[in-house]
Structures are given as structure tokens and as C-alpha cells.
Design a protein around this ligand. Structure first.
Ligand SMILES: NC(=O)c1ccc[n+]([C@@H]2O[C@H](COP(=O)([O-])OP(=O)(O)OC[C@H]3O[C@@H](n4cnc5c(N)ncnc54)[C@H](OP(=O)(O)O)[C@@H]3O)[C@@H](O)[C@H]2O)c1
Length: 244
């Protein structure tokens, strides 16, 4: 029996990258998982197939976190097909790295629609539907603590998601629901769009001395959503090999 046997988990952005690793990790602990994607149905289906081939249970649900109707549909699909929701992990994120003087309205809309408005929608829906004793994890970035040149707009939008999560932790703690933030450091995925020089520099500054892998972060999420983490809420966990 895994630590999450009998639980239902919604993991946004889980067709690729860290979300995929989270979906697979939670499934290995016994959770039934909703694998969410926006535009890569074949990648999401492949994650579901990997999970079911390993004896787990998973379904696919398309939808953008930035669209409220999609978000409602995502949660309804989870409830109808898997049952009441115990765990919500909002991994979805959008990034723009540009010097401040070059930022445009389009850049603002791209990151704030997913990282701020998307976090608002997902956390709202999670708060309304999650079972008492449930677990919510919102993804952010180490960039909200450690300023990165050209990373201002990304960090600003991610900070909004953090603040929603911390307020929600206070609002629903009485139901024994925990709400925490996980902030990866530089992690090896398609979403890593920094110049190689900047990545190398960050690795050099990382006490554990290497680039993070999606599983490194997924292991942290697996702990936060387990019963063992019941006394941990309103925290921002830096899953980053010690850089800061
Ligand atoms: N990688 C890093 O170095 C790093 C560092 C710090 C923080 N983070 C944060 O960690 C999280 C995961 O990062 P990652 O590198 O794994 O990202 P990634 O590889 O870019 O993730 C892509 C995933 O996001 C999905 N997605 C994109 N827009 C979405 C939307 N609007 N709604 C729902 N899903 C959406 C994609 O779906 P499709 O496949 O359908 O396109 C895919 O599943 C993000 O919040 C990111 O900001 C990452």
C-alpha cells in the first residue's frame, strides 16, 4: 500500500516536465490521478498509459488553468470519473525572460493569465471542492526570493500565486486542508528557457552542485501531500538543491 492509496489527485500541466513527474510519483504512492494538458493530447495520453501500465489509475483532462470554464470542467471531470478530490497540485506556469525596458502588454498577459489568474481559478475551485483533510500545492519559483536579471515579470506573476496560496492556507486551515507552495530551482525540462550561460552559473551556485531533475521536485510534492505533512501549511518550500 502506498501512502496515497485511495486518494484522488488533480495535477495541472502534467503532460510534460515537472507535472508529469508529479503525476507519476503520486500514482506510485497509490493516488488516482487526473493528467491535465493544454495542447499535447498525445503526451498526456502517454503519461496515462505509463501510469496504467504500472498498475495505477489515471485519466486525461484537457484545459487551460487561465480559463475559468476549463478549470471547472477539469474538476468536474475528476469528480465524475474518479470521485471526491483529496489533492490538488497546480504546476502550470508560463514564463517570459526579458529586460524590464523591453516588456510588452502581451508579455504581461501571457504570464499573469497563467501564473496569477490561473492560480486564482485553480485555488478557488480546489477550496470549494477538496475534501476536509485535503492537500493543495501551488507552484512558484525561487525567483520570487532571489531576484534574477530579466526575470522580473515572471517572478512578479508567480508571487501573486504564492500570496493567493498563503491567504487560502489561513482561510481553510480549520478544515485541516493544508496549502503550501513549492518553488523549484533551475530544473531540466522543456520549460527551462534561460540561456545556457545563466543555467551554468546557477548550477555553480547550487550547494548540491547539479541541475535539478523533475523527480527531485516530485519527491518534495509527494511528501507535502502525504499524511506525514499534516502540520505543514502556508509554507514556501524551496526545492532547489540549496541555492538562495
Ligand atoms: N523548469 C524550471 O527550471 C522551473 C524553475 C522554477 C519554477 N518552475 C515552475 O515549475 C512549474 C513546471 O515547470 P516545467 O519546467 O515543468 O514546465 P514545462 O515543461 O514548460 O511544462 C509544460 C506543461 O505545462 C502545461 N501547460 C502550459 N500552459 C498551461 C496552462 N495554461 N494550463 C494548463 N497546463 C499548461 C503543458 O501542457 P501541453 O503539453 O499541453 O503544452 C505541459 O504539460 C511551472 O509552474 C514553472 O513556472 C520551473
Amino acid at each position: 500500500m502506498g501512502k496515497l492509496t485511495g486518494k484522488v489527485a488533480v495535477v495541472t500541466a502534467s503532460s510534460r516536465g515537472i507535472g508529469r513527474a508529479v503525476a507519476k510519483r503520486l500514482s506510485r504512492e497509490g493516488a488516482a490521478v487526473v493528467v491535465n494538458y493544454v495542447s499535447s493530447p498525445e503526451k498526456a495520453e502517454a503519461v496515462v498509459q505509463e501510469i496504467t501500465a504500472a498498475g495505477g489509475q489515471a485519466i486525461v483532462a484537457q484545459g487551460s488553468v487561465a480559463n475559468q470554464r476549463d478549470v471547472r470542467h477539469l474538476f468536474e471531470t475528476a469528480e465524475q470519473q474518479l470521485g471526491a478530490i483529496d489533492i490538488v497540485v497546480n504546476v502550470a506556469g508560463a514564463s517570459v525572460f526579458k529586460p524590464h525596458t523591453e516588456l510588452t502588454d502581451e508579455d504581461f498577459d501571457k504570464v499573469f493569465s497563467v501564473n496569477a489568474r490561473g492560480a486564482m481559478y485553480i485555488l478557488q475551485e480546489a477550496a470549494k471542492r477538496i475534501k476536509d483533510g485535503g492537500r493543495i500545492v501551488q507552484f512558484s519559483t525561487g525567483g520570487t526570493m532571489m531576484p534574477i536579471s530579466a526575470g522580473g515579470i515572471y517572478a512578479a506573476s508567480k508571487a501573486a500565486g504564492e500570496r493567493f496560496a498563503f491567504a487560502l492556507a489561513k482561510e481553510i486551515g480549520h478544515r485541516q486542508v493544508t496549502v503550501n507552495v513549492v518553488s523549484p530551482g533551475v530544473t531540466n525540462t522543456d520549460g527551462l528557457i534561460m540561456p545556457q550561460e545563466a543555467v551554468d552559473q546557477l548550477i555553480q551556485q547550487t550547494p548540491l552542485g547539479r541541475l535539478g531533475q523533475p523527480d527531485d521536485v516530485a519527491n518534495v510534492v509527494a511528501f507535502l501531500v502525504s499524511d506525514d505533512a499534516h502540520w505543514l501549511t502556508g509554507q514556501n518550500i524551496q526545492a532547489n538543491g540549496g541555492i538562495l
